[in-house]
Design a protein around this ligand. Sequence first.
Ligand code: SAM
Length: 378
Amino acid sequence: MFRPVCWRFAHSFKWNGFSSVLHVTSLGCLSFSTTDPKILEFDSSTNLRIGQSKKVKSSSRRQVSHLVLEHFDKQYKEELGQLWTKARAVLLDPQCWQYGLMLNRFAKLDELSHFLQVQGFSSLLSQECGSGSLRCMVHHTQNRFPSQKHQPGHLKQYYLLNAASLLPVLALGVEDGDRVLDMCSAPGGKAVAILQSCTPGLLHCNEWDSERRRWLQQTLESFIPQPLKDAIRVFNLDGRVFRQNEEGAYDKVLVDAPCSNDRSWLYTGQPEQGALFLQGRAKLPELQKELLSSALVAVRPGGVVVYSTCTLSHAENDAVVEGVLTSCPNVQLQDLGGLARTFSHRFTFAPDCRYGLLVVPEEGRTWGPMFLAKLKKH
Ligand SMILES: C[S@@+](CC[C@H](N)C(=O)[O-])C[C@H]1O[C@@H](n2cnc3c(N)ncnc32)[C@H](O)[C@@H]1O
């Protein structure tokens, strides 16, 4: 049993998936031995416990919906060929999923940064990415930090995410002073990423679902200090109305659209839920086109819109962008080849995605699914 000295960090700390043990020495240093626990946890009485092998709770409870899986098999085999076999293996094995840690530049990070370095985490983003002060740490193996609890008045140190979900933010390229709309914003991962990368002149975060809007507000509270919050406003609107209210008001708009979310929808559990999901899925492309068109009205001439989803579905990705490009003559598709080259060692991109980039998960680089396309208005 060890007594952690760095109490604040240790208190909420759980670890799964490494073959070494964390020690917190009496001097407050962090080091590892080579015993092989599957889980470590600090409990609230400040003791470090080394537990026996046990699975991460949330993963072991997941139940695959066979209805959804069959549907995916049929569709994605046709759309992605061999890549689907690889992605399928990852999606069906939550124990292998990698998680990135987006670090909060507004929190104290010394101990955490040191700990991550010792553990072999590396930085996803280099200076060439143009990501400003945005930092995300990734590991080549499966690993999962616990989510930090929301505590009013305290800033969290990190946000857990699928590292590929930073690509839309990088593609948007927000700069200091920009007026930005995050049209579908909850739970707020990408809004936080934007605020990590720079200081926009204003950031409007919109979320239609009231429950999720509260979650979004909590995320912003957990990561962003008060002075910066003055530049942020949270809206509770249907994103499709921005076309009427906010014409040309923004330099940059992110449409991280409601989508099938393959990773979580595969685990819809009960057959009825799976059936409902498949019904709803058919209606998504229409909504997505409307949201993207609305964003193109809300952005100023010369401004850019990034459209993204976390599904592999062609109908919700390339086909949506194609549909909008056909109906909006003053919009031009932007090349994302540079971004793909920068991250080709980290992410697997589908080779024949016509209008954007599609990150497909595979063993060892389980990031994705993530689709993004960038459009510029003239
Ligand atoms: C993929 S999630 C967004 C994730 C978020 N950008 C992030 O990075 O944390 C899509 C969100 O869009 C919201 N949504 C659904 N329909 C919408 C609409 N018509 N207008 C605005 N938001 C909508 C959903 O409730 C959901 O929270």
